[in-house]
Design a protein around this ligand. Structure first.
Ligand code: NAD
Length: 441
């Protein structure tokens, strides 16, 4: 099938490359000309494991092309996936400016039936708005009621991939959700995903939009729940890791997303929780649970900073090493990363920060000021009064902790993800602080 993807970011590029992999002809479009230039020159604007090798293969096979022209993309394809950003406005609403722009531009360039698919995360009822924008912006000769009136459909196909394992998640999804208002749209989407042999849940448009809201918000709730539990563990001498393990064996609960830490970040959870709270408010419902989830998440980050300040005693002029900046491992994405809040709070207290991240430093350099960026974890640890583990990159687990200890001024570790081997570090002479690890943990 001929498919266009509008918005070639973390979601759009992965979707485009993976759809080419399962046999479709794909044109990826982005209005960021720099990004398209990089892609046309054979480069990769983001870090996502496995994506560059696949892209190379299907570029060579001529199954994936790039353009900055929506007109070109819209005319080549029957199915157009919209994968542009939907950031938060100041009041928490999702900013749908990019979605409207794409809908308008596609409409202006339509000359045959098109299926527009929301891949971006959008509030329920956005599908109706897109359909209206298309009707209003079709060329006069194709407008509804005219002799050559064009048919079109709008569908929702929310994305559940995780950065860092996005290719795998796309190829082997837990489910594919399709929200449609016509048989034709359903058939087209079923045909596209047929090679994946995945479970497909078909609903109406608004239900599919709600599934995405509800899923992300539920995952955020699990994180804030276990973070709250971790706070009590610390005080009563219990180990939250064992609590999560013990809970996780219960099939009704599951172990996933019960990882106590410094709170969720990234480009999705914070903004999607905000948008769901706002959507509820507008529909006349006060979503109290979700408001608390958000509050607990913010509290967890400030608790971590206060905890460091307390243990360090004097923060001013202390050298603090930070391992990991990205909001999660295996990505270079720094959007709403917890590292930003924590580093800025410690800088406000006069700390000197030395950081290392395997992939996110180019993006972090645009966001962090007055920080020393180091070439490897050991350079970051040199002369430090404490080490913060912020992102659980696999390479940090394998680090030489005897060497690190000898480089540091004080062997003190704050493990923001309960990721390191506490017992081994203590044996090596470190003062180890995890999250919610009371008792002997
Ligand atoms: P992104 O910022 O990486 O990519 C969005 C791209 O859209 C950018 O390259 C931007 O230049 C482009 N764009 C904006 N306006 C455009 C226009 N008018 N024409 C063409 N291109 C345009 O964002 P992302 O992380 O890929 O997220 C995209 C959407 O997918 C968001 O709604 C997000 O919530 C959702 N989502 C993201 C993830 C994730 O892990 N990143 C997972 C699931 C869903």
């Amino acid at each position: 099938m001929d498919i266009a993807i509008v918005g070639s970011g973390y979601v759009g590029l992965v979707t485009g490359v993976c759809l080419a992999h399962i046999g479709h002809n794909v044109v990826c479009c982005d209005n960021n000309k720099e990004k398209i230039k990089v892609l046309l020159a054979g480069g990769m604007p983001i870090y996502e494991p496995g994506l560059d090798a696949l892209l190379l293969k299907y570029r060579k096979a001529g199954r994936i092309t790039f353009t900055s022209s929506i007109a070109e993309a819209a005319q080549k394809a029957t199915v157009i996936f919209i994968a542009v950003g939907t950031p938060s406005k100041k009041n928490g609403d999702a900013d749908l400016t990019y979605i409207e722009n794409v809908a308008r531009e596609v409409a202006q360039n339509m000359d045959s039936y098109k299926l527009l698919v929301e891949k971006s995360t959008v509030p329920a009822m956005t599908g109706d708005r897109i359909a209206r924008t298309i009707r209003l912006n079709l060329p006069a000769k194709y407008k509804p009621g005219s002799k050559n009136a064009l048919e079109f459909d709008v569908a929702s196909n929310p994305e559940f991939l995780r950065e860092g394992s996005a290719v795998e998640d796309f190829m082997d999804p837990d489910r594919i959700v399709i929200g449609v208002e016509s048989k034709r749209a359903e058939q087209l989407l079923r045909e596209i995903y047929k090679p994946l042999k995945a479970t497909i849940v078909v609903t109406n448009l608004a239900t599919a939009e709600m599934i995405k809201h509800a899923s992300n918000s539920f995952l955020a709730t699990k994180i804030s729940f276990i973070n709250s539990v971790s706070q009590i563990c610390e005080r009563v001498g219990a180990d939250v890791e064992k609590v999560a393990e013990g809970m996780g064996y219960d099939k009704r609960i599951g172990r996933a997303f019960l990882n106590a830490g410094i709170g969720y970040g990234g480009s999705c959870f914070p903004k999607d929780v905000d948008a769901f709270v706002r959507l509820a408010e507008k529909s006349g419902y006060d979503f109290k649970i979700l408001k608390s989830v958000r509050e607990v998440n913010e509290d967890q980050k400030s608790w971590f900073t206060r905890h460091i300040e307390d243990k360090l005693w004097i923060v001013k002029d202390k050298v603090i090493a930070v391992w990991g900046l990205a909001f999660k491992p295996d990505t270079d994405d720094m959007r709403s990363a917890a590292a930003l809040t924590i580093i800025e709070a410690l800088q406000d207290e006069g700390a000197r920060i030395q950081v290392y991240d395997p992939q996110a430093m180019p993006n972090a350099k645009k966001l962090l000021k007055g920080v020393k960026f180091c070439a490897d974890p050991y350079a970051a640890a040199k002369g430090a009064d404490c080490l913060l583990l912020i992102t659980e990159w696999a390479e940090f687990k394998k680090a030489d902790f005897a060497k690190t200890r000898d480089l540091m001024r004080q062997a003190v570790v704050f493990d923001g993800r309960n990721f390191l081997d506490a017992k081994r570090l203590r044996e090596l002479g470190y003062e180890y602080h995890g999250i919610g690890r009371g008792g002997n943990a």
